[in-house]
Ligand binder design. Structure first.
Ligand code: RFL
Ligand code: PHB
Length: 379
């Protein structure tokens, strides 16, 4: 097989990159280790930045998102038992789109297949060869793809990042999130981020009848310690809103970590999305960072295939990393602000509360949060 861009991974970054390349008339093939059903069923991100939602529309895949997604103009920060609304749209003129990552993935898979882009699902033993030469190759069991460039969109545990020398910058947080998806109405029409003495909690949603709820727990927490009744009671305590329990459709513990790999390119291999960086989910930035990377990468590849210009490709890593580091900073900051740290002194807890008070009572403080939350410019 031969193509212009070989893409490893059918998550949001690989799928959107394929879509954008197709719109530029550039050929690509996606290889994916898992099945289509697995990719479409993986419950993860829920919040799209203003410009990420616009990228979906511009790429011709925003129709269902605009129909079924929930446009939010504000978000609630809760501390000391009170709600404080951040008026995202009033402060920035922008909004966020609450639309599940698995829905994004479904829409992008359908659009790519309809455009004739091959997605090789359930491809085992994917390996990368020749990235520092002119003819890179993606090899796998029973086949290979020769390409001009390879996009490593294979997530944090993929094979692309290990195929090149990078410096990793890392922070591991001393807690995790227990997340549930439940068939129950969300406690409030907007997302609630709650700082409570028992720990952080977040109320999000997927629809008016499906809630996505999170509780701060130990990083290695055993789900068995959290029977449904305990989850509902703890959500009630931390969120302080009327919680209507319902059937729990999915439950899981996620560890919290910040990580950035530098650089994001070697020769003809380019990393995008979680393969290059991850953030703790508090800032809702992971998928949005993937969108920023592929916006840049698609533009650089388009310039190359249009007239052979390598300037944008050469600048990809340094340009992408500027946006990445700002989102890393925001995610780290919001995580540090909202969670309970076992080693915090009462003084440090008061500092968190004073900062929350500042953020929610000063228009300048609120604007800083709002500007980052709705998203910094993609390009
Ligand atoms: P993905 O989604 O991990 O996709 C990578 C794909 O590559 C495949 N793969 C391979 N294929 C072939 N060969 C191999 N050797 C391969 N190794 C891996 C995998 O099967 C997979 O299909 O990475 P991508 O595309 O970069 O997308 C990143 C996002 O998934 C991630 O950043 C977000 O989910 C993070 N995230 C959130 N991001 C947001 O923007 N807003 C949110 O509200 C938000 N909430 C979250 C989150 C992540 C969470 N978890 C579970 C980590 C909430 C949670 C709980
Ligand atoms: C989600 O809806 O899953 C979600 C929302 C906001 C976050 C993280 C996850 O910060």
């Amino acid at each position: 097989m031969r193509t212009q861009v070989g893409i490893i991974g059918a998550g949001p970054s690989g799928l959107l990159l394929a879509r954008l390349l197709h719109l530029h008339g550039i050929g690509c093939v996606i290889v994916e280790a898992r099945s289509r059903a697995y990719c479409e069923g993986r419950i993860r991100a829920g919040v799209m930045e203003h410009d990420a939602a616009q990228m979906m529309r511009d790429a011709g895949v925003g129709e269902r998102m605009d129909r079924e997604g929930l446009l939010h103009h504000g978000v609630i920060l809760r501390f000391n038992g009170r709600d404080h609304r951040i008026d995202l749209t009033g402060l920035t003129g922008k909004s966020i789109m609450v639309y599940g990552q698995h829905e994004v993935v479904k829409d992008l898979i359908a659009a790519n297949l309809a455009a004739g882009i091959p997605i090789l699902f359930e491809t085992p033993d994917v390996a990368i060869h020749g990235i520092t030469g002119p003819a890179p190759r993606i090899a796998f069991q029973n086949g290979a793809i020769d390409c001009d460039f390879i996009a490593g969109c294979d997530g944090f545990h993929g094979i692309s990042r290990p195929a090149m020398p990078v410096q990793g910058f890392d922070r591991i947080y001393p807690f995790g999130w227990l997340g549930i998806l439940s068939q129950s109405p969300p406690p409030h029409e907007e997302l609630i981020y709650a700082s409570h003495d028992n720990g952080f909690a977040l109320a999000s949603m997927r629809s008016p009848t499906i809630s996505r709820l999170y509780l701060q727990v130990a990083p290695d927490e055993d789900e068995a310690n959290w029977p449904d009744e305990r989850i509902w009671a703890e959500l009630q305590t931390r969120l302080g809103h009327h919680i209507v329990p319902g059937p729990i459709l999915q439950k899981g513990v996620t560890a919290m970590r910040s990580f950035v790999a530098e650089p994001m390119q070697l020769g003809r291999l380019f990393l995008a999305g979680d393969s290059a960086h991850i953030v703790p989910p508090t800032g809702a930035k992971g998928m949005n960072l993937a969108y920023g990377d592929v916006a840049l990468l698609a533009r650089a590849l388009a310039a190359y295939f249009a007239d052979g210009s390598e300037t944008d490709l050469a600048g990809y890593s340094s340009t992408a990393l500027r946006r990445v580091w700002k989102a890393e900073r925001f995610s780290w900051w919001l995580t540090s602000l909202m969670h309970r740290f076992e080693n915090h002194t009462p003084f440090e807890r008061r500092m968190q509360q004073a900062e929350l008070d500042y953020i929610t009572s000063s228009p300048t403080g609120a604007a800083t949060l709002a500007e980052n939350y709705v998203g910094l410019p993609m390009l």
